[in-house]
Design a protein around this ligand. Structure first.
Ligand code: PLP
Length: 430
């Protein structure tokens, strides 16, 4: 039986994010369960989760202690608003622990339900900070080419991946991108606009979804200094880079950075429940916390949700007890070296990585427009999940992965590259 739309009774009603539903309908891969670094689909196939889902399953899957903590919290208090003077124990405790781990002294933590919402929070807070200080004209925000800052209003406008910005009509005004690897480009842009118009500069320590681009030597220290010189707030988007991915709590410590704000999400709960937030330095908090009458009129219904914060606390316990935070740095060379052995392959343009447990295999689009999809699919057929990029595949496995399993991942990609290349040769010979 089919309908006038051509769909069948089995057709999905689930509209997937970032998906061409015309292609996806009827071809969904249903994940059934997961354990550690392994994912199992509804047909019993097993895959190595080479990307920690969407860069977030830092402690791996199937940690029942997080679920237990959430269940206990839910049976005590499932949720209550934190607007105004309402608080709850998990939110207060998580804010205290995150503040203690932050590189900025005396930091405050504003909770949200994810990364994009946290970017919007940081953007609005930056503008309001300057407004409260009597400089309401400081509204412009600068980001980097290839940056990904989520899909909310500000995040869409700030992003540097062009296809994610088109077709949505006018975006938030007073934003611009500079080339991702040049300190001079940031300084020129601030001077072009006039420092008295620029509120903030946003940077991912290592660019993630835009292609896995580690910062050139001296870049992050350089842009932090430029921001300080021109009185522009320096905001790191540590949504991917935090919670061990780069070997530290917030992914900025290895460069001794003390940003004015740090945006976080993903690894704070390893994805067990949705949670994100902004760590605000004492400087940014000061006018709101020390003077009467400056209410930050912003916040979502589920900000400081006790069950989500309980998941965060249990996740932090695991990260600390199993010493997973340094692991992103301990394994960075293992991953980079394993993938570097694929660097000479005919379909590979370059291997990027070596800064944290994240890397990318650049693929040669001249080999055909479907090369990324083909290598992704062939790797999946070999039981390893990677993340397709516009011109390559990204990897960011759970921090619990072993060096042998990293080798396994690289071997599957190597096998996939060979298979795709030989299929092309065969097709060309016909
Ligand atoms: N910022 C960065 C660096 C991200 O990688 C992401 C998501 O991948 C976001 C922000 C948006 O987070 P969310 O998808 O939770 O809104």
């Amino acid at each position: 039986m089919s309908t006038t739309n051509g769909d069948s009774p089995q057709d999905t009603r689930f509209w997937h994010p970032f998906a061409d539903m015309h292609a996806v309908r009827g071809h969904e891969v249903v994940i059934d369960h997961a354990e550690g670094i392994w994912i199992y689909d509804s047909e019993g196939r097993r895959f190595l989760d080479g990307t920690a889902s969407l860069w977030y399953a830092n402690v791996g899957h199937g940690r029942t202690e997080i679920g237990d903590r959430v269940r206990d919290q839910m049976s005590k208090l499932e949720a209550y608003s934190t607007f105004g003077d309402w608080s709850n124990e998990p939110a207060a405790e998580l804010a205290t622990r995150l503040s203690a781990h932050a590189p900025m002294p005396d930091a405050r933590v504003f909770f949200t339900t994810g990364g994009g919402e946290s970017i919007d929070t940081a953007a609005k807070l930056a503008r309001q900070y300057w407004s409260v200080l009597g400089q309401p004209g400081k509204v412009h925000m600068i980001t980097r080419s290839a940056a990904y800052h989520g899909t909310n209003g500000f995040g869409t406008s700030l992003g540097g991946i062009e296809p994610n910005r088109v077709g949505f009509g006018p975006l938030v005004l007073d934003t611009s991108n500079v080339v991702y690897d040049s300190v001079a480009a940031l300084e020129e842009e601030i001077l072009r606009l006039g420092p008295d118009r620029v509120a903030a500069f946003f940077a991912e320590p290592v660019i993630g979804a835009g292609g896995v681009y580690p910062p050139p030597d001296g870049y992050l220290e350089g842009v932090a200094a430029v921001c300080a010189e021109y009185d522009v707030l320096f905001i790191t988007d540590s949504v991917i880079c935090g919670f061990g991915r780069l070997g530290s709590w917030f992914g900025v410590e290895r460069w001794s950075l003390q940003p004015d704000m740090i945006v976080f999400a993903k690894g704070v709960t390893s994805g067990y429940l949705p949670l994100g937030g902004v760590v605000a330095s004492a400087r940014v908090a000061e006018p709101f916390w020390s003077e009467p009458g400056h209410m930050f009129r912003h916040g979502a219904t589920y900000a400081g949700h006790p069950a989500c914060c309980a998941a965060g606390l249990a996740n932090l316990d695991i990260l600390e007890r199993e010493q997973l935070i340094p692991r992103g740095a301990e394994l960075e060379d293992v991953l980079f070296e394993a993938l570097s052995r694929l660097g000479a392959h005919e379909l590979v343009t370059e291997i990027r990585g070596g800064t944290g447990l994240m890397a990318a295999v650049g693929l040669d689009l001249d080999a055909g427009p479907s090369v990324v999809a083909d290598v992704f699919a062939a790797t999946r057929e070999r039981g390893v999940l990677t993340r397709p990029l516009s011109a390559g595949l990204a990897m960011s496995p759970p921090l619990t992965i072993t060096p042998d399993e990293i080798e396994q991942m690289a071997a599957a990609i190597g096998g996939a590259l060979d298979a795709v290349l030989s299929a092309r040769g065969t097709a060309g010979a016909r």
